[in-house]
Design a protein around this ligand. Structure first.
Ligand SMILES: NC(=O)c1ccc[n+]([C@@H]2O[C@H](COP(=O)([O-])OP(=O)(O)OC[C@H]3O[C@@H](n4cnc5c(N)ncnc54)[C@H](OP(=O)(O)O)[C@@H]3O)[C@@H](O)[C@H]2O)c1
Length: 241
């Protein structure tokens, strides 16, 4: 029987590429999303992958949704914490609401999704948690104090949990994408993208969602069992830790 992989924010952007790559690698995939019903419906029609709607910022919704998926699809072997948002503003203009929304989704959401799957993974002595952080969690980014703090928090969470999961056969790793060609990045003003962002990327282009997806498939595999607590940068050479 194929292993079950759950991808948050798995119906669009990088998450959709991750869902498809895991499906191609033989996993039974379930994907969650927040509110874009049209994108989720089109994604399910295209791929056959079931989608489930709730906010990762809501712990009870995560616990209930994960229970439903485990009943319908099977025990979750691979969790990809990919859902994320931006609410950018320079700090002097950043509102408490912008801070809270990003922390609640990008950091607390990772706790909310991981906590309900953890005991089952421990009991089954196998699990793969893969957290999609960001280059801006590694280096910081002006206008993104909220996002950079949340994404850096995801890296601390990854390293701590890797130590707890190691003896139980659970690996916990993070991927830090640089600028990837998704709606999140295409929303940036084209002039800013071409004149300021792309010139900072040594390979001279944005990354493709599939390049992140292939890294996820590798970390999810049985062969990656010795890799835990690691942070893999996939940023076209833009930043080295
Ligand atoms: N794109 C980049 O260049 C880049 C770079 C570094 C890191 N990242 C990270 O990679 C991840 C994916 O980014 P992306 O560019 O693919 O984003 P995207 O195209 O905006 O897609 C985000 C996905 O997350 C879902 N989502 C948002 N808030 C959610 C919530 N509260 N609960 C559940 N799902 C939620 C969205 O659901 P709906 O479809 O319902 O809106 C959507 O499926 C994010 O964590 C992002 O921070 C992206």
């Amino acid at each position: 029987m194929s292993k079950v992989a759950l991808v948050t924010g798995g119906s669009r952007g990088i998450g959709a590429a991750i869902s498809k790559a895991l499906q191609d690698a033989g996993y039974t995939v379930a994907a969650t999303y927040a509110g874009n019903d049209d994108a989720a419906k089109a994604f399910t029609e295209e791929t056959g992958i079931k989608t489930y709607k709730w906010s990762v910022a809501d712990y009870d919704a995560c616990a209930t949704g994960i229970r439903q998926i485990e009943e319908e699809v099977g025990p979750i072997a691979v969790l990809v914490n990919n859902a994320g948002i931006t609410r950018d503003a320079m700090f002097h203009k950043m509102t408490p609401q912008q801070w809270k929304e990003v922390i609640d989704t990008n950091l607390t959401g990772v706790f909310n999704m991981t906590h309900p799957v953890w005991s089952g993974m421990r009991d089954r002595k196998f699990g793969r948690i893969i957290n999609i952080s960001s280059i801006n969690g590694q280096k910081g980014q002006a206008g993104q104090a909220n996002y950079s703090a949340a994404k850096a928090g995801d890296l601390g969470f990854t390293k701590a949990l890797a130590q707890e999961g190691a003896r139980a056969g659970i690996t916990v790793n993070a991927i830090c994408p640089g600028y990837i060609a998704t709606e999140m990045v295409k929303a940036i003003d084209e002039k800013v993208l071409n004149d300021k962002i792309i010139p900072q990327i040594p390979v001279g282009r944005l990354g493709e969602p599939e390049e992140i997806a292939r890294t996820v498939v590798f970390l999810a595999s049985d062969e990656a069992g010795f890799i835990t607590g690691s942070t893999i940068s996939a940023n076209g050479g833009q930043f080295f830790v």
